[in-house]
Ligand binder design. Sequence first.
Ligand code: ADP
Length: 625
Amino acid sequence: MVEQNLINRQTLLDLVDNPCFIVNQHLQVCAWNQAASNYFNYLEDNITDCNFFDLNLDPKLPFSKTELLEALTKSSKKDTLCFEDGFTRCELHVITDNTATHSQIIIKVKPYLLCEDQEKLNLLQNIIDNLPEYVYWKNTELEYQGGNARMIAELGFDNLNDFIGKTDSCFGWGNERIEILKKIDKEVILSKKSHTSTEEVTFSSGKIKTLKTSKIPLENCKNQVIGILGISTDISNEQKNNDNQQALINRLIDNLPEYVYWKNTNLEYQGGNLLVAQMLGLKTSKDMIGKTDLDFNWSIERIQELNSIDNQIISSGEMHTNTEDVLFPGVQQTQTLKTSKIPLKNDKGDIIGILGISTDITEQKNIERKLAEAKNLTEQTACAKAEFVANVSHDIQTPMHGIASIMTMLTRMPYNEKQAPFIKKLNQAIKRLSKLISEVLDFSKLEKNQFEIKLQSTNLRNVIEENFIFVEPLADKRGVRLELDCPDTVPRHFNSDPHLLGRILGNLLANAVKFTHDGFVKVKAECISETATMAQIKISVTDTGIGIPPDKLKFIFEPFARVGLSDSSRYKGTGLGLAITKKLVARLGGTIEVQSKLEQGSTFTCVFTFDKQTYKIQDKLTALD
Ligand code: ADP
């Protein structure tokens, strides 16, 4: 009868899909079903009377002996106890008859993978199997509890069950890696914080892959960590692209003619191009990494200077540019470098180092030096020439005065008709030569700043009218009108040099009349602005003459600027008049400019700021005289 009962019990037990054990109140195994034999690895054939906790079940159940005993003492007589750890749920049905000695406990194991919601689980497994990532999860003992097909296959397993229960030490990875993985896993479990890392992994197939792995703590409904979920993405291709890109960037930088390098905030070189490495006496740019300027044969002063610049960039975030002669330790030749150092920032904008770019401008500097030398030499030669011309002109001026006085005497003596044209031509030639000599001398004096100014009360209207007298004969001869527009709004007296002002206006008027054949020549004076002491006066000389070609306008004030060969034969002149005029204007603190249109005429405009006040006093004094 008893035997019959037992058979029935076993048959019933075997009908249950979940692994089940029946234990007595001493936790000795009385019975178990086929599902339990299948589910637990290494379940001995005959475990009758064995203590349930001596079975060393694999996979482990979610309760310890102490936890079970504690729960049993607390439970009422007929009760169901539940234990779960996220992977397995265990239901313990405590069956007590009247004689407590016959109490029995049915332990029903419900692994989540075999739970009632099998369909949902299958779907879930299907989804994760199709993920491009490697997905796996471990319990707190760091034993794999599941994973997707990709993960299992890559680790050399055909089915999930073989994989479950394995640890990282089962895959032939080196001890060092196993220790690192263990450390990370424990850290995730203890800290309850995810961890992400990238590493190169060699799989059992021999394949090497770069994986980016995130490990996430798995928690149960009571927020207890019950394991780790790992997701690894194969970024080998991405890495390869990055490597290719890095190689391309390296090649680009290496091919730059500039010296390029970068340092971290500890001022340690983190990279650079080959050019810098070689100049520093290294073979490759990799050899620079980790070195500081102290590692190279620079002088102490230079190291201090470099460090101070670098630290300043890091603290201020501002770039620094300088040009200096550098003697590189690797080549022993001095180069002139123009260097820009820029703060390097990360995505958040924090300064993480310095980028330095230096351009070798030795050649450019040499050319500049040679040019400066050549310019100096040219200036010296020009100076010597001007000096020579001035000296010669000065020396010629004395006999010239003699010739001019003899000429005057000669014209007063009787001469016959045949001699008359020769005497006239000789007289003209002597006058022109004298003018040329005096202009050359004036110009050289102005060049050397030796032209004296004699400030005195100056009446602008008088100065203009005096100069009209000189040009009137030629203007009359040509039928050119001379006009003066000097309204009363223009102050009468200034503190200026009337002689110089007269020369300026005289030159401009002489040119205006010389180059005008009909129409008018007009002098206009305007007061642009005025205070109690100063007046800004604009004086313009306008003509309706031949005008100046636009391309010649820009060098019209240069010495010996004769506008065109055709002109030079038609209009006599030295080509010094405007150059002298410009210098005289500057000497009086003014400016001069020209506007002109071919065949329509020209306007030369001077602007002066005259001092009024001094000469009000002077005028009063003159009035007192
Ligand atoms: P020059 O003694 O030859 O007149 P300037 O220096 O006074 O020397 O003038 C230089 C040149 O500028 C002249 O030869 C002439 O071609 C041009 N020029 C100066 N003033 C005028 C003007 N008012 N109209 C046209 N051309 C002018």
